[in-house]
Design a protein around this ligand. Sequence first.
Ligand SMILES: [Zn+2]
Length: 139
Amino acid sequence: MGPQYGSDHAGFGCAACCAEDALVAGEHHQSRNGVRVERLIQDDSHFIVSVQRCGLCSQAFVSVFTEYVDWVGSQDAQYRTVLPITDAEADDLMAGRLSPHQVGALGDGRRHLKSDWPSGADEPSVYWGSGVFAVHEGF
Ligand SMILES: [Zn+2]
């Protein structure tokens, strides 16, 4: 029995980086030899966008990280979205033809790995989202 995939991410990634179980996929994305940063597109302290690539299957991803400083709480709210993209889309991002703010539209019909860590939560919740998503710069 191979991994079971939903129809909405057919063609993207492997059983590690696009594992049906978001926690399994998330672990692979965080591991040293899992999904590596290929190019930083934007590197502000509260808004980090990078092109990443799976070490196993070479699937490209765009990672959008947003942090909101919580001046009251001890832990800042952190949100990450990791969306599989085509090599052409990765090239466009790296060449500046595609802005980080436009990648949310690529989520249409495509699953993306979400990691939400609101201020005050003990740990992030990791899950597969789908559809167009908003790209916000943190503060
Ligand atoms: Zn992979």
